[in-house]
Design a protein around this ligand. Structure first.
Ligand SMILES: [Zn+2]
Length: 137
């Protein structure tokens, strides 16, 4: 299970709305299955049906995660107009076995949907994503 604090989920939804109709992307890091930080990435392909993280930003995020003794928990991206299910492109481009792919759908803009998946060689397994409420300080 992947636990995401409500404020981080809101940051992700804001990014997705700002980037739409382009897919937004980012990295979720933390420890023990609980997300502590969201690294917002630039989709260098600026595409509405797939994403490619900006390599320099990705490298800086990985370094920061290591320096803060966190783990990379998931690779996140948005689906501006389609459901929170891996697309054919997502399955084809899922080249990191063991990584959780989190998809945030803005199909219903008033109620963003978020789901997680393990994608390994075309096989898809859903990972439960739980939003932790009341984490505002
Ligand atoms: Zn996708």
């Amino acid at each position: 299970m992947l636990k995401i604090p409500e404020n981080i989920f809101e940051d992700m939804a804001v990014q997705a709305a700002e980037e739409a109709p382009i897919e937004a992307c980012g990295i979720l890091a933390g420890s023990g299955g609980t997300v502590e930080k969201f690294y917002r990435m630039t989709n260098v392909d600026a595409s509405s049906d797939h994403f490619m993280m900006q390599p320099k930003e990705q490298f800086a995020a990985v370094k920061d995660i290591r320096n803060n003794n966190m783990q990379m928990l998931a690779i996140a991206h948005s689906h501006p107009e389609t459901p929170a299910r891996p697309s054919e492109e997502d399955i084809r481009l899922a080249l990191t076995p063991g990584a959780v792919y989190v998809i945030l759908s803005l199909m219903d803009q008033s109620k963003p949907d978020i789901r997680g998946f393990l994608i390994d060689d075309g096989e898809i397994d859903e990972v439960e994503v739980k939003i932790i409420r009341g984490q505002h300080e």
